[in-house]
Ligand binder design. Structure first.
Ligand code: THU
Length: 159
């Protein structure tokens, strides 16, 4: 039986060629890669970019922004999400995450999974694409928020 690692590290079944993906997904990945250039990460030196498309088609981007008081740092995914949410956009159609990790793909941390899952309720999962900024030919892990965090906590469950 093939072992599936849903965090993407070895989940080959969900890895696709960038060029085979819908152009709207390619655009989202490109936006995340560009946002990554704005990362403020002097402590980890690990730059992350994210992009979220909302139901009206708008793309909101984010990067990680660290702080000398480490716990005050924010991840790229939540930066993008709060930008969309604070503009009144709650329907997330897709999310892309871009970072340069030698092995595997960078997928959202536990806090970001929980944060995003708040907006994936009532069966409305959010497709999530993880890619590297440069490696060619570009391969993309295609997963989703609920795949990454099944049975997330929700006050709204059952409503
Ligand atoms: N980070 C993100 O922004 N998104 C992820 O998906 C993984 C981790 C950030 C947090 C911190 O600034 C740095 O990457 C190293 O953990």
């Amino acid at each position: 039986m093939t072992q599936v690692y849903i965090n993407g590290a070895r989940d080959e079944a969900n890895v696709r060629d960038h060029d085979s993906l819908d152009v709207s997904v390619q655009e989202l990945i490109r936006a995340a890669a560009e946002a990554r250039n704005n990362a403020y990460c002097p402590y980890s030196n690990f730059a992350v970019g994210a992009a979220i498309r909302t139901s009206d088609g708008t793309i909101y981007t984010g990067c990680n922004i660290e702080n000398g008081a480490y716990a005050a740092s924010i991840c790229a995914e939540r930066t993008a999400a709060v930008k969309a949410l604070s503009e009144g956009k709650r329907e997330f159609i897709a999310c892309a995450v871009v970072a340069q990790q030698e092995k595997g793909f960078t997928t959202p941390c536990g806090v970001c999974r929980q944060f995003l899952s708040e907006f994936a309720i009532n069966g409305k999962d959010i497709p999530l694409y993880a890619a590297k900024p440069t490696n060619l030919p570009l391969r993309v892990l295609c997963t989703s928020v609920l795949q990454l965090l099944p049975n997330s906590f929700s006050f709204l469950n059952g409503k």
